[in-house]
Design a protein around this ligand. Sequence first.
Ligand SMILES: [Zn+2]
Length: 261
Amino acid sequence: MQIIYVLAGVKPAVRFGISEKYFKYLRKTFGALGLFVMKSNFYVRDQITCRGAKYTYSRSFSPVSKDPQIFVYVSKDKALCLTLRESEMHNDDISFGKLLGYPECCVEHFASHRYTKPGDFFISTLHEQECSSFSFLNNFALCIFDIKILCHYPCSPDCARSLKLAGMYLKVLRSRFSAYAAFLKRQLKSMIICTRSGSLVYSNKYSKRGQKIVFDEINGQMGDPLFKMVSGNEFVNIGRNGVKVGNKTLKDANTKIILYE
Ligand SMILES: [Zn+2]
């Protein structure tokens, strides 16, 4: 999807991990589309793991396995690929994020916070209200299900620069893959319940009736304790003492409900 944005000229570059054995093929395929592909000058060691909102990996300057992993930088601009590579080598997160086209406010917010638990990012970027509603365009909470329009974590759910970007991205998707764009919009218009400990469930068939939110179905990851607890119910209540699912109050005091509309 990010490649589509780059091809359409609404995103300057993209970086992602691949097996080095695919590099030649990727360079040929993307080259035919007018894109430059450059590989990182290090190997990515260990599986990339998501710690909170950040991905961590370690580097090696010689292949450590039979199937070494690398990062690739893809852009219409060869010089930009080079700058990205250098910027990543020097751990310059802020320049790196800006070069990828992320808004300055989001890059700086992301770089200045250390999120160690999966739920940290969403909780700390939300407003203090018990229940808040925002535009579906900025919904990045469902990135764990690979449902997103944006390519970065917005610094807040109502970040104006992210909204503008997401609007441009959606326009590109609509013009090329209208059914997929409509699917994303339907999914992203959702009620999300998340906790600081990292549980997250969502429903895109819900209605708000005062402090009560009624839903027809709930989606989440198997084994998630919040998913287990919410899936047997049809509504949640938001009160002064926190969020109640059926008759039970959710123990995590940082439980938040966000409505993306
Ligand atoms: Zn922002």
